[in-house]
Design a protein around this ligand. Structure first.
Ligand code: NI
Length: 145
């Protein structure tokens, strides 16, 4: 496991759409482990693969109740609204309020290619939305209200 460099706002890779993962191999496991280390080292609640320079649909989150890893995630249900302050490890020191759903259900795969499904409320819902946005090349700054 290793800590990778976090790509900062302004770098073109952060504005590109990521590719679906097709190979659930050791390389993917290493990427996910490194992303978890990198997120924890920066005390973030989430990290997406493009933030470490990899254009693949992979994210990790940890809002304090354990690490969730998701490959090829998609939001299958969302409801409610929340407007809360948000930040991003790629935009250090910048925080602003965004509009997000209060509840989301996300499905995707784990590192072994098995289907997983999670439901998040409040901060966790926000984290899922924020990280999935990264996979589509969207930074939270474009969600500011
Ligand atoms: Ni971010």
């Amino acid at each position: 496991m290793a800590i990778r460099n976090i790509v900062l706002e302004g770098e073109p890779i952060l504005y590109k759409k990521c590719r679906e993962v097709e190979n659930f191999d050791d390389r993917l496991g290493i990427l996910i482990d490194d992303m978890i280390d990198t997120m924890k080292n920066s005390r973030g609640v989430g990290l997406a693969a493009p933030q470490v320079g990899i254009l693949k649909r992979v994210l990790v989150i940890d809002v304090g109740d354990g690490v969730i890893e998701l490959v090829n995630p998609e939001i299958v249900e969302s409801s409610g609204e929340q407007i809360e302050e948000e930040g991003c490890l790629s935009c250090p020191g910048f925080y602003a309020k965004t509009l997000r759903p209060m509840f989301v259900t996300v499905k995707g795969k784990n590192r072994h290619g098995e289907e997983v499904k999670y439901t998040g409320k409040a901060l966790k819902a926000r984290a899922f939305c924020h990280e999935i946005d990264h996979l589509d090349g969207i930074l939270f700054k474009s969600r500011i209200v």
